[in-house]
Design a binder for this molecule. Structure first.
Ligand code: PEP
Ligand code: MG
Length: 903
């Protein structure tokens, strides 16, 4: 049997269903599903993603028989609609839309109203009795077609602002000005007819070809352009950001047009079954009377609320659909309930009312920000719609980050000058310097400047700039505009529909309420309430503990996860913060961080400069009280929980100044000749410091350093134990490659600890373990485990040494490696499970073969990366350790790993 490429839906039937997203794309699969459920959907058909891959692999050829299959499906649509495509008296119009496996909002193309031509216009006018409507549809077709098919798909790259769409829209503005009207709807049929003639002339002049009047040329032109848009710049950029495979391809949906712009009894809108900004269980949406879908999304007109509870500052004074068309609203409300019950998730719906008849054009899982995702998951679970494990899988671990996001300092905010108000499209605070184009945003951000991208409205072409911006601000657009949708998906601070902004992109200025701001001026945004402030307002850390839904979700997570979650912290403040976020101990205290304070660094330097052991010991005695004090603070903050403390790790030269001025200053401070310092710096110079005199190698050559640290740890532990604090120190030796290195250091620790405990007369239990961060340690983990009471994987160094990539220098080439697909991801961010992972898994197995209950954790950056956490779960680690702000993310990721890998 010939391969099936075209799937029909309509009239209560469908050849596909919601499970066929890979073939039909999200949109096609859901249209089929809705049609199968008997929900009113205009009939149509889907060209599968396999057509797209075929086109890509054959440089633009279609599979055999596709044209016949399209014809057959089209005739079924014609039958249901009792219309005919291209027929002069009874014309059917169709839309052609993209639809990938996962939604890529606005990243690919759409062409509406295909089949309209000078030949079919009279028929449609006769049928609809509405000349204005027909010419309005025609001018939209011409605009879209010339932009999408004749310009973009043809590979023409116009100068900024000179795109064909822009040029045509300028004519529309001109026409409105001449007629003295504000809205498109106020132009009559004659105006639009004239406009169409002008449009065609401009197209001929700019693009050097005529707008095609043959309906089938239009149809196939649009289909080809939509397939082509899969490889368009913005779609590719979006896929990189969202980690979507280039291989998937898009489906193409051809569907009978229904019109929301047929007059006062027609409308079109988008709605969410729950509020996508807050997660509240209320039907939320926007619509426009006498308009086509693109008008709602483009934000050129202020959308009206579908019901009273969706009203915003901007739509407050406009009547809702509930009031305007109560019967249709009721029907819509019923359908949305049914769809949510069916999909058991918040849906994003598109609908059109054509002359009083309601049609559903799309349903898909609605994008939501982190705050809303958490609330919906928890509430749907409480409503019995989904189970706890499904609720946990609904929230992306990264989305939790948004709940931990900083907010503008409310006190400073009160005093700040309000510049303007808009719609709160993305929560949290954002401060930065104004830029007006996405490219500028990228350039400035590369230089390390925090930017706020200010646009009239964003388009999918702006995604690269939106990505790097601290926040996004637009003058136009509603809560479902492109900017809002994208920002919501990323959890980025965003304000849209800020009508008071008067932007001049060419001059790079912004006029707002009588004030002119220039590129580079600072502003602050509160995306939670939609207010723009002048200048920089300080940001405050978030307090997720006040969010009851977050707390409930974390409770679910703790119930489902097996992995313990610890934190990497070097001081009491971070330790407390991490504990508030749910850390169950410290997995890594980098003691070297404690030596940099102004009160400590000179003792440290004195130690380094000392000529002999006696001199070093003298200087170390000065450091001892500082270390002890730090450990006391950390132990108290972590009362009842284990604390892993690592002995000194970095090469000593990191503690000495390199420039002449600082060296002079140091000489004065320590009372030594500057020459001595220079000579020391020179003697400590290493060609490969990461592979040089660092880690346990320092402790082996200068055991007095390890001894001082062990003394500080045990003295601190004894002291707090005496005060009733439950203390569990775990002393960790870094960078060992052989068991002998560990044994050497372990002896120093044990001897010191014995001495201290004897002296103070208190005993505390402690462990001595090691980091596994050198490949040889992993390979000989069975031997290492004979001496180590625990392992902690230092996957930063382990990645460095397994790949042979310097962690400090790899930034130069790694992005290109990822771009060229030599690596799937930066291995310093996401653990390379194939290579480095093998060493990790092998080390655990070997280690536990000698010490059955060997405790194993990870403290490299990967301990906070959800993908890597999944791996840690699978190789049976006991815990992951990450920075305090990633602790909640890790809790959720660990629960998801447990659910995902359930046998
Ligand atoms: C590691 O190497 O993974 C580690 C945690 O140690 P550091 O980053 O301090 O070298
Ligand atoms: Mg390391």
């Amino acid at each position: 049997m010939a391969k099936k490429y075209v799937y029909f839906f309509g009239g209560g039937n469908a050849e596909g269903n919601a499970k066929m997203k890979e073939k039909l794309g999200g949109k096609g699969a859901n249209l089929a599903e809705m049609s199968g459920l008997g929900i009113p959907v205009p009939p149509g058909f889907t060209l599968s993603t396999e057509v797209c891959t075929h086109v890509m692999n054959t440089k633009g050829k279609y599979p055999n028989g596709l044209k016949t299959d399209v014809k057959t499906a089209l005739s079924k649509v014609e039958k249901l609609m009792t219309l005919k495509y291209g027929d002069p008296t009874n014309p059917l119009l169709v839309s052609v839309r993209s639809g990938a496996r996962v939604s890529m909002p606005g990243m690919m193309e759409t062409v509406l109203n295909l089949g309209l031509s000078e030949k079919t216009i009279p028929g449609l006018i006769a049928k609809s009795g509405n000349e204005r409507f027909v010419y309005d549809a025609y001018r939209r077709l011409i605009t879209m077609y010339s932009d999408v098919v004749m310009e973009k798909s043809a590979g023409i790259e116009p100068k900024e602002g000179m795109g064909i769409r822009n040029q045509l829209e300028k004519e529309l503005e001109k026409m409105k000005k001449t007629k003295g009207v504000k809205n498109d709807t106020e132009l009559n049929g004659n105006d639009l007819k004239k406009l169409v003639t002008t449009y065609k002339k401009i197209i001929k002049k700019v693009l050097k070809t005529d707008f095609p009047e043959d309906p089938f040329q239009q149809l196939w032109g649009a289909i080809a352009a939509v397939f082509h848009s899969w490889n368009g710049k913005r779609a590719v950029t979006y896929r990189r950001i969202e980690n979507i495979s280039d291989e998937w391809g898009t489906a193409v949906n051809v569907q009978a047009m229904v019109f929301g712009n047929m007059g006062k009894n027609s409308a079109t809108g988008v709605a969410f079954t729950r509020d996508p900004a807050t997660g509240e269980n209320k039907f939320y949406g926007e619509f426009l009377v006498n308009a086509q879908g693109e008008d709602v999304v483009a934000g050129t007109r202020t959308p009206q609320a579908i019901n009273e509870s969706s009203k915003t500052l901007a739509s407050k004074h406009l009547p809702s659909l509930e009031k305007l068309m109560p019967k249709r609203y009721k029907q819509l409300e019923k359908i949305q309930k049914r769809i949510e019950m069916h999909y058991k998730d918040m849906q994003d719906l598109e609908f059109t009312i054509q002359d009083g008849k309601l049609y559903m054009l799309q349903t898909r899982v609605g994008k939501r920000n982190g705050i809303a995702a958490v609330r919906m998951a928890v509430e749907m679970c409480r409503e019995g719609l989904i189970k706890e494990d499904v609720a946990l899988m609904r929230v992306k671990p990264e989305q939790i980050d948004e709940l931990l996001h900083p907010m503008l300092d409310p006190k400073a905010q009160k005093k700040a000058k309000i510049l303007a108000r808009g719609l709160p499209a993305g929560p949290g605070g954002g401060i930065g310097q104004i830029v007006f184009t996405a490219d500028d945003a990228e350039t400035w951000a590369k230089k390390g400047k925090p930017v706020i991208l200010v646009r009239n409205e964003t388009s999918p072409e702006d995604v690269h700039g939106m990505r790097v911006a601290q926040a996004i601000l637009t003058a136009k657009g509603g809560m479902t505009s492109h900017a809002a949708l994208v920002a919501r998906g990323w959890g980025k601070c965003c304000i849209v529909g800020c009508g008071a902004l008067n932007i001049n992109v060419n001059k790079r200025t912004l006029m707002v309420n009588g004030k002119t701001l220039k590129e580079g001026d600072s502003i602050s945004l509160n995306g939670t309430i939609g207010v723009v402030y002048e200048g920089k307002i300080p940001l405050l850390p978030a307090d997720p503990e006040k969010n009851v839904y977050y707390k409930a979700l974390m409770k679910f997570a703790d119930k489902h996860r097996r992995l313990g979650i610890r934190t990497n912290a070097d001081n009491p403040k971070d330790s407390k913060q991490a504990r508030r976020f749910g850390a169950e101990g410290i997995g890594l205290t980098r003691t070297e961080h404690m030596f940099f304070g102004p009160d400590r660094i000179s003792a440290m330097r004195e130690m380094i400069l000392a000529d002999d052991e006696a001199g070093r010991k003298k200087a170390l005695q000065k450091l001892l009280p500082f270390q002890r004090k730090d450990f006391i603070g950390i132990f108290k903050a972590m009362d009842g929980l284990p604390v892993t403390i690592r002995t000194l790790d970095p090469p000593l030269h990191e503690f000495l100044p390199n420039d002449a001025d600082s060296q002079k200053e140091m000489a004065v401070q320590l009372g030594v000749p500057v020459q001595k310092i220079k000579a020391k710096v020179q003697s400590l110079h290493e060609t490969n410091p990461m592979l040089g005199h660092r880690g346990c190698r320092l402790g082996v050559t200068y055991p007095e350093i390890t001894a001082m640290q062990a003394q500080a740890i045990i003295e601190a532990a004894c002291r707090v134990a005496k005060q009733g604090v439950k203390v569990f120190p775990e002393i960790m030796i870094p960078l060992i490659g052989t068991v002998e290195e560990l044994e050497n250091q372990k002896d120093v620790v044990i001897e010191t600890a014995k001495m201290v405990m004897k002296r103070v007369g208190i005993k505390v239990k402690y462990l001595v373990g090691t980091m596994i961060e050198i490949p040889r340690a992993a390979l000989t983990a069975d031997q290492v485990a004979e001496a180590a009471e625990f392992f902690s994987y230092g996957t930063n160094d382990l990645t460095q040494m397994t790949f042979g990539y310097s962690r400090d220098d790899a930034g130069v080439f790694l992005p290109e490696y990822v771009d060229k697909k030599i690596l799937p991801a930066d291995p310093f961010q996401t653990l390379d499970q194939t290579g480095v992972g093998q060493l990790v898994a092998m080390g655990i197995k070997k280690g536990r073969s000698k010490r059955k209950n060997l405790k194993v954790g990870i403290c490299g950056e990967h301990g906070g990366d959800p993908n890597s956490i999944d791996f840690c779960h699978r190789v049976n680690m006991d815990y992951v350790s990450c920075s305090p702000f990633r602790v909640p993310i890790a809790r959720l990721a660990a629960a998801q790993a447990a659910i995902r890998n359930k046998k």
